[in-house]
Design a binder for this molecule. Sequence first.
Ligand code: FAD
Length: 295
Amino acid sequence: MHISEIFNRNPIAYSYELFPPKSKEAAEQLFATISDLSPLELAYVSVTYGAGGSTRNLTHDLVVRIQEETDLPVVSHLTCVGSTRDEIKSILDTYSASGIDNILALRGDPPQGQGPFEPVDGGFRYAAELVEFIRKHQPQMGIGVAGFPEGHPETPNRLHEIDHLKAKVDAGADYICTQLFFDNNEFYDFCERCELAGIRVPIVAGIAPITSVKLLKRMAEVSAGTRFPARLIKAMQRAENEEHQAKVGIHWATEQVRDLIDHNTKGIHLYTLNKSNATRQIYDSLGVTTTRGLV
Ligand code: FAD
């Protein structure tokens, strides 16, 4: 199903993110997660593309398996890292032949320790070029792009940053999914700045339930631009053990989601890290049981 239809059908499109498993056991665990979340009837799931394009085949295989074994619509992430235009074209052809309807088009980052991003010869420098390329070669595809409510580190000029985001939308993106954030005011301000720039596509809020101090530190390593509010850090540090830290983090994320629903946010995307527990608890305590809204 095309992503635009998903947004049209659902007053709020609730979705979640998975990453491709690296072992058979992890794959079974992942499908147990999908099964645990299925009673929620969430609107779609997205599957990441490993840093530096490292999971190219695993991403494709997982997306195809989800399509075959569930009725969940899937968005497949795709990055420009390490691929020429011809390689991207062949990936897109394979996706299309496998019935993949939606792509989250990203620039991607180089593998850790390799310095700033440089495109390969014949590759793309910015995600906007990838969006344009997908629109030309697979015009039927639904396309999402990344947005950064608290800014992307490579663009200190916050006005230019929105111009770059607008370029991705003008190139043909159907929606924006944001980097994770912990302060909803940053998201609401971002949405307003998008509106001022003439960006009219749905903006999906990226929310990460932080279930331990260890995870908080790991997220800070990998989430470019995200600010961790002192109030959240204090609350996590006060918690006596991981069980209590999980309660604090899930409560924080639940309050964020409740507030986003109250603000008529078009989509809410949970970064699940392949686990179902936090997502279940958030939606159970909010009474959200279907894609069609609240009970
Ligand atoms: P771009 O939109 O190309 O932006 C990159 C930088 O270049 C920004 O600072 C932008 O402002 C600047 N820029 C853009 N256009 C111009 C221009 N014309 N002139 C000057 N500067 C410009 N990474 C993965 O490897 N795999 C994933 O699966 C993945 N999934 C993600 C999902 C989401 C929702 C998000 C938010 C990020 C994800 N990432 C993923 C990380 C992402 O690839 C990186 O954050 C990357 O650094 C930025 O990608 P982008 O698509 O926003 O790039």
